[in-house]
Design a protein around this ligand. Structure first.
Ligand code: NAI
Length: 304
């Protein structure tokens, strides 16, 4: 409808639980958009780290937005950073319009968190999980407000990647769904919608592609360099499959494939010997100082 319901429901206060890689990015884009943000993490050192990395990333964004205007850059960074507060106490983040969960990828830990929040938060608060590999329905199984719950799946790095997958569970109300879509737009993302289906849209399709690239290399069909060049120049992708795997981490890649395999039983997601071996040897890609993609290549590809 064209009623004022969208503005009535506009999210003004957000809590992000988990201040790691994803949570700090989600907090940043919300603060940039003028919202008041609380980051909750059990680890106070991580909260300090998150604040530092947000400061650096805000400066990057500010430089891009206000080219050369040092005063404007400084006030953008200061004002955005001032909208973010951090705490190790869940209670400090419970009374808000929206809570986005980005903690460790473990079902029981996520369930426990939402069950606690369900008691602490007022009825209006919408809950969302940023899970990649766990069923959104399963994570929210113990909460009462199932109509005010869904998935908000961001991509790494959050301030750069333009997509947000909005996961609509069977019990997510239309109003909650609309509020989540509006909020995604307000933090600068293009939203797509999908059901609570394994891998959602992007990872479900990226998985088989990435797996087959590794199998091609394993079979000796082509070198990894040629496969990367092939997919960049022939398919118009910003990075080849091996550059992408180096960037996201081979360990993460393997976990995603494992999760998809267990959820779908589809053999395209079955373990690959080469990937198993490399992960066992601690060869994760960029994060373990390996891989072909230099930080500079990645900055260019990601248009940072
Ligand atoms: P991370 O390990 O960087 O951060 C997780 C943070 O959660 C840590 O700071 C940890 O101290 C905190 N934490 C753990 N248990 C907690 C609890 N009970 N209460 C409060 N804080 C707690 O992990 P990352 O990569 O940011 O992932 C977070 C979530 O986002 C996971 O569910 C993951 O599947 C999902 N995700 C990850 C993507 C990625 O590319 N890394 C992409 C999209 C989603």
């Amino acid at each position: 409808s064209f009623s004022s319901s969208a503005s009535l429901n506009a999210v003004k206060t957000v809590t992000v639980v988990g201040g790691g890689l994803m949570g700090s990015g989600i907090a940043q884009v919300a603060a940039q958009a003028g919202q008041n943000v609380t980051i909750i993490d059990i680890n106070s050192e991580l909260l300090e780290k998150a604040q530092k990395s947000i400061q650096i990333n805000l400066t990057r964004v500010g430089k891009k937005l206000y080219k050369g205007d040092e005063a404007k850059i400084a006030s953008f960074v200061k004002e955005s950073a001032e909208r973010i507060r951090v705490s190790t106490k869940l209670e400090d983040g419970a009374d808000v319009d929206l809570i986005v969960e980005a903690i460790v990828e473990k079902l029981d830990v996520k369930q426990e968190l939402f069950n606690k929040l369900d008691v602490l938060s007022p009825p209006r608060t919408i809950f969302a999980t940023n899970t990649s590999c766990i069923s959104v329905n399963a994570i929210g199984a113990g909460i009462q407000r199932k109509d005010r719950y869904g998935g908000l799946h961001f991509f790494n790095p959050v301030p750069v990647m333009k997509l947000l997958e909005v996961i609509k569970c069977d019990s997510t109300s239309e109003e909650t769904y609309q509020t989540m879509m509006e909020w995604g737009k307000s933090v600068g993302k293009t939203c797509i919608t999908c059901k609570d289906t394994p891998g959602f849209v992007v990872n479900r399709l990226l998985g088989p592609y990435s797996a087959e690239a590794i199998r091609m290399l394993e079979r000796g069909d082509a070198t990894k360099e040629d496969i990367d060049i092939g997919m960049k120049l022939g398919a118009g992708l910003p990075m080849g499959p091996f550059e992408l795997a180096d960037y996201t981490g081979l360990d993460t890649n393997r976990l995603a494939q494992q999760a998809l395999y267990s959820m779908t039983k589809n053999e395209v997601f079955a373990p690959i010997e080469l990937l198993e071996k490399m992960v066992a040897e601690g060869k994760y890609g960029i994060k373990s100082g390996e891989g072909d993609a230099s930080a500079e290549d990645i900055d260019i590809a990601m248009k940072l």
